[in-house]
Design a protein around this ligand. Sequence first.
Ligand code: PMP
Length: 433
Amino acid sequence: FYRPTDKQQIKQGRQDHFGQNLTLTYDDPVMLVRGWKHHMFDEWGRPYLDAYNNVPHVGHAHPRIQAVAADQLKRMNSNTRYLHPAQTAFADKILSKLPDHLEVCFFVNSGTEANELALRLARAHTGAKGMVTPDHGYHGNTTGVIDISAYKFNAPGGIGQSDWVELVEVADDYRGSFKRDDPDRAQKFADLIDPAIASLQQKGRGLAGFIAETFPSVGGQIIPPQGYLAAVYEKIRAAGGVCIADEVQTGLGRLGDYYFGFERQGAVPDIVVLGKPIGNGHPLGALVTTRAIAESFAKGPEFFSTFGGSTLSCRIGKEVLDIVDDEGLQENARRMGERLKQGLEQMETEFACVGDVRGMGLFLGVELINPDGSEGTAICKYIKNRMRDHRILIGNEGPKDNILKIRPPLTIEAEDVKMILRSLRSVLQEVQV
Ligand code: PMP
């Protein structure tokens, strides 16, 4: 249904008929038409190593996902108003990975929708609207969650900050106010919550809760200092708010040692939001919360999503989580992540433009800097585009777009890690010259 020579025409078609703020990656965009595990193939069949996409969590075109999708589509696909064993099987599988007090599941179609629902739950439970959230966060693309996504509302042309939202500085101990040489930095970052809560109360907004990506991703692959989130949650709860963990980027074993990011932080959320990888490409989002919060929400109108929790979605979601277990992908993320990080840390000692290497498992960031220590935005863009010439897909991220984001499917193998490191070294040598 396409010819390799169609690429320019397709690009032109997008320019003619798509919104211009729907951006394409790379100066010379790639057209990708097939995938297999952590590999993608362009219109000429050329392979690319996918070191960027977290949605194909268990790999592109996984045969088990193909099989359950085909099987279910042959039978029927319906909604949550009818009973089907796939619904409870999926819920049970998610709950088996979470602390016992998180016991009620809601199924929707995206991370955005799950975050929208999280806001509704927090408001229903507290009777308040105010939210505290770290700067540079991202929680989705709808009117409601754009308001809690500083990455978008504060961007040029953005809608600006709403009066029911208070931002706190991201707990970035590389660039932020409190650095790694300060043993009290976690508490100092957490203390920034106090004036934010006070401000909401002063404005008469009250406190519905706190929402954060457990490890801020669009903020620059940040790993907050140990104990930060637990300290924040304590303050939020003391003020009557609900703690929401957006685990869209960090959940489901990507971190290697931990199935969810909040485990690493020793923090226990009231609401966990899941998205992107949980459907491996099929649109799927989920929210898990406590019985008390779910009961507050149940006092309101019926909750229904036509496609959320469809038979097909539940079967695919359950299969994704089963594959992570059956193929030992969390352990693979741990081992491959460790190798990758070691190699990157070696480069940090060799190349002046590598300012920081951070992350866990297959959630990694490399901060590029200029000789004066400022954010190396141009260097980062150059590296990303040159890695594409080496046919390796990675991203750039952060408020100044100077952090290389490495976040492959969890299937990546030792040879691929070697390839990433070898190519990155060669591109860094070009920058060093
Ligand atoms: N939360 C986080 C942390 C995300 O990274 C994203 C998407 N990048 C979302 C929510 C929104 O997910 P979606 O685009 O699937 O609605």
